[in-house]
Ligand binder design. Sequence first.
Ligand code: SF4
Ligand code: SF4
Length: 477
Amino acid sequence: MTRYAFEFSEQTRLPVIIRPTTRVCHSSGIVTFGPLPDKRNPIEFTKDPARYVPIPSNARRMRKELTERYAEAARLLQESEFFPRTGDGKKGILASGVSYAYAAQVIDDLGLRDRVTLQQIGAYPIPDKVLAEFLQAVESVLVVEELTPFVEDWVSLAAFRQRRQIPVYGKHSGHLPVEYEYSPDLVEDAMRDYLGLEKRDRSAVAVPELPSRPPVLCPGCPHRASFYLARRAFGKKTIYCNDIGCYTLGYGQPLHACDVLLCMGSSISQASGIARLTGRRTVAYIGDSTFFHSGFPALANAVQAADNITVVILDNYVAAMTGFQPSLTTHDGEGRPAAHGGSHAPDAATPRFSIEDAVRGLGVTEVYSVDPYDEDSALAAFRKARKGTGVNVVVCHSPCAVNERRRRKGQRRATFIIDRERCNACTLCVRMLGCPGILVTDGEYAIDQELCDGCALCAYVCKQKAIVQATERKESV
Ligand code: SF4
Ligand code: SF4
């Protein structure tokens, strides 16, 4: 389907969005490649301003072309394989996404093929002919799709246009919920209701409640140190605006580093707005990649407005959350910038991107550059920033712990242990940091040697000096 999407996009000159549902994104399987093309399309730019410049005189023509291309897309999809119809019955089911697989499974399990016609909706725009033929074949429809009732509304409209009075069930009728992803059980219940079948007794297959496992920052994550130190400097009452990245995991206990979050790049503008209206200094957290992506405009705006904000840029040298793609500060471990595509590989002469220079270029005069694992210096920088006026920036440089573990595979690293003689079970390390490496069993504190990354933050926090370095051991990741 993905391959077809590229060809389809080329053919129609329309963008195509591949829209996988949650379950598909969280699944894995064997992928069999089809034949690869012999050669790539030649990559060249052919000048054609009438096509690429949407000034009004071109835009009017383009709008008409778009309508024609959209019609062409519907025609092509009508001939595609993405709308299979199976079964033979007057009860119709329209299903899209992973819900189609659930519906097909229920039909097979309950032997309903001769009662139910199942129509898959595999792409949009849904060709009129597909719906027209389906609606002619059935007397009622249950629409099974996750979230917004898009297909359900579309098929209701199609039935209206065809002057068919046909019941359409789904979310509007209460057979299925609007929220959350679906499951085979949920789809089966809705189908049983729709088909007038006996309800299934689920008590016999009840699964015990699993303990809740909220997502947390990884052991050794430098953001934990930055959040902990910033909170020590700025205190409980400061409003912390967070952003999109793994550092969003600063939300909630014990780090409390996220009071507000809207969308990518919003932390700085939200901090500005809140500071302007409340008259209180606010803190914005933003990662290096997100800052490059969408932090600059808001920071320039905050500088111009002289907002009382501290922007903490969490530079871990990589876009970790989305799969360790390089960011502008990614380097090869020797200080050289990493390759980002383009026509030449970086070398020692290639300048490394400097966040500090960039923010100074936007007019920020108070800039602190810290390593969050040099805790005392970082804490001092945060304290100075708290007392500052206008915009100031603290850049926390420390590599992503997971990326580092991958890079130093085969090398030795030192983990930490808790000396039980010294530990007085004060709970501070757990209450302040929430590192998954620290375990509490029957009131006894210990460090999981498999999880500990050796960052030493807990040793810094422990007032009893009970957390000490263990003997070095071989990295096994
Ligand atoms: S902070 Fe130190 S003394 Fe307190 S529980 Fe943790 S290890 Fe024990
Ligand atoms: S040293 Fe402490 S805070 Fe750091 S990873 Fe190990 S247990 Fe966690």
